[in-house]
Design a protein around this ligand. Structure first.
Ligand code: ADP
Length: 179
């Protein structure tokens, strides 16, 4: 069986996490690898229905996703997780769980600056926050703890999606996780 891994893409809303996860997944599948995206919005609909955006709920959400990702990764799947995960402590808990199980875990910081994310505003969240229709937006009026030592940091501004996906693929290859 191929070696699985969890690749957690952390970053601000509209940083490019989902786009990169999908592009990297397609590429891995084209190579015959089993790859899966654990999409944050889908997870919130099914696995984490009822959870909100408080610190405690965000932490629970991240730990649940980490649990499922580890299970899949331990069976040879490369699991791409495009989920904000704003707190270092929650991310660390997920890493520890993987380490305890002997499952590969890679943290990728999609480090698009806030002003670029707010311009992209894929889901209209920044506009809603600015209009006073939403509070607790990560990076604006809710914390985002920048990863201190990610396995990879991707600057997406001025780069194509393809280049960003290449960087994730190169990281997996470097760690012997593409075969
Ligand atoms: P997130 O999942 O982080 O909230 P999305 O992936 O949904 O963000 O949206 C990011 C947006 O930025 C998309 O419209 C995507 O096409 C665009 N984008 C521009 N350049 C890049 C890049 N190099 N990598 C990823 N996304 C990019």
């Amino acid at each position: 069986m191929s070696t699985g891994a969890t690749v957690w893409l952390t970053g601000l809303p509209s940083a490019g996490k989902t786009t990169i996860a999908r592009a990297a997944t397609e590429r891995l599948r084209a190579q015959g690898r089993r790859a899966e995206v654990l999409d944050g919005d889908e997870v919130r609909e099914f696995l984490s229905a009822g959870l909100g955006f408080s610190r405690a709920d965000r932490d629970t959400n991240v730990r649940r996703i980490g649990f499922v990702a580890e299970l899949l990764a331990s069976h040879g799947v490369v699991v791409l997780v495009p989920v904000i995960a704003p707190y270092a402590e929650s991310r660390e808990a997920v890493r520890k769980r993987h380490e305890a199980e002997g499952t590969a875990y890679l943290e990728v910081h999609v480090a698009t600056p806030l002003d670029v994310c707010a311009d992209r505003d894929v889901k209209g969240l920044y506009a809603r926050q600015a209009a006073g229709e939403l509070t607790g937006l990560t990076g604006v009026d809710d914390p985002y703890e920048v990863p201190a030592r990610p396995d990879l940091r991707i600057e997406t501004q001025g780069r194509t999606v393809e280049q960003s996906a290449d960087a994730v693929h190169a990281l997996l290859a470097e760690r012997g996780l593409t075969a």
